[in-house]
Design a protein around this ligand. Structure first.
Ligand code: 0O2
Ligand code: 0O2
Length: 279
């Protein structure tokens, strides 16, 4: 196949990778916007390199590239905990914009190399200028520890051109078991970690609300109080407790209410200004 033909073949896969990345990143955003813990930590994606596709075609004796090579479009979803992997799998299975056509559970049945990950093979429809085209995409879902291991093992395989010396391969298998043990240990304290992270998120949100409410005070014309609260907030330490932030938020809320009452009693000062201006 000519280079131009390869490029044309890859266009729908590039399209699929871009769309799927956005969709999975948005799942994370949705969780965080609600102030909830996200089972997705981060997402990456790539279209397989032409040279790697050719190598796979030759190795497997592929006749139909689009049907037989499942990872031309590849998405990787990283999770903090093993449990999150299964949450993500269920989320994907429940969606009606992508169809799961294959499952490879390399967590229960980890590979000889020590490789662990959960793979889903998807059929994903993209809109092209010639209508809808369903492309196959592979989604690898793994923990941060599994990803750490796979990234290093992959670079070693590359260094040794896939012929990793036996002693090194054995060490890698042991390192994979150690990484999995770490995942299991982390799962044991998952509840505590999740609570702590949710607490940080709530604090961040409360802090942002404080800033918004000070802006509201400025907009209402209560500059004196707005500046006073701005100074108070700037003195909050980075590890300020949620209760401290909530206390200031309440004070600002009271100041806003108070200011609105005064404006109602004395008439709208803005309107007065306008009148003067018209005169
Ligand atoms: P943020 O919040 O700015 O970090 P892109 O085209 O950039 O959307 P691509 O090309 O797949 O996506 O990007 P890349 O560089 O492979 O990484 C994707 C996202 O994963 C980036 O975030 C990286 O910051 C994040 N990422 C990569 N490695 C790690 C890691 O080890 N830990 C964590 N927590 N994040 C990582 P974004 O989407 O640009 O957003
Ligand atoms: P890339 O783009 O370099 O990651 P095959 O690829 O022939 O073994 P199959 O069925 O096509 O078999 O794919 P499989 O094994 O289900 O999944 C293929 C992808 O999973 C690989 O892509 C890797 O990304 C990942 N993977 C599978 N086994 C290992 C492993 O032992 N170590 C690491 N680090 N990753 C693995 P490619 O083809 O390597 O391409």
């Amino acid at each position: 196949m000519k280079y131009e033909e390869w490029k044309e073949l890859l266009v729908p896969y590039e399209h699929a990778v871009e769309e799927l990345k956005v969709k999975f990143k948005n799942i994370r955003k949705e969780y965080l916007a609600k102030g909830d813990y996200s089972p997705i930590e981060f997402v990456t994606g790539r279209t397989k390199k032409i040279a790697s596709i050719i190598a796979k075609v030759n190795k497997l004796g592929v006749t139909d590239i689009e049907e037989e090579i499942e990872d031309i479009a590849g998405i990787r979803i990283m999770c903090q905990f093993v449990e999150d992997i299964y949450t993500v799998v269920e989320l994907i299975k429940a969606r009606d914009d992508m169809e799961v056509v294959g499952v490879k559970d390399y967590i229960t049945n980890y590979k000889e190399s020590g490789y662990r990950s959960y793979h889903l093979i998807l059929k994903y429809p993209i809109q092209t200028i010639n209508g809808t085209k369903k492309v196959i995409a592979e989604v690898q879902i793994r923990t941060l520890a599994m990803n750490f291991w796979a990234t290093i093992e992959h670079s070693l395989k590359y260094k040794y051109d896939h012929f990793v010396p036996d002693t090194l391969a054995e060490r890698l298998r042991r390192a994979s078991d150690a990484a999995f043990l770490l995942d299991q240990e982390m799962s044991e304290i998952r509840e505590d970690i999740m609570k702590a992270q949710a607490m940080y998120q709530m604090r961040d949100r409360a802090y942002k609300e404080l800033v918004d409410r000070i802006d509201e005070l400025f907009d209402l014309g209560d500059t004196k109080n707005a500046i006073r609260f701005q100074q108070k907030v700037s003195m909050l330490s980075s590890s300020a407790k949620l209760s401290e932030i909530m206390e200031i938020k309440k004070e600002i809320g009271d100041a806003i209410e108070e200011h609105k009452k005064v404006v109602l009693t004395n008439g709208n000062s803005d309107e007065d200004d306008d009148d003067e201006y018209e005169e």
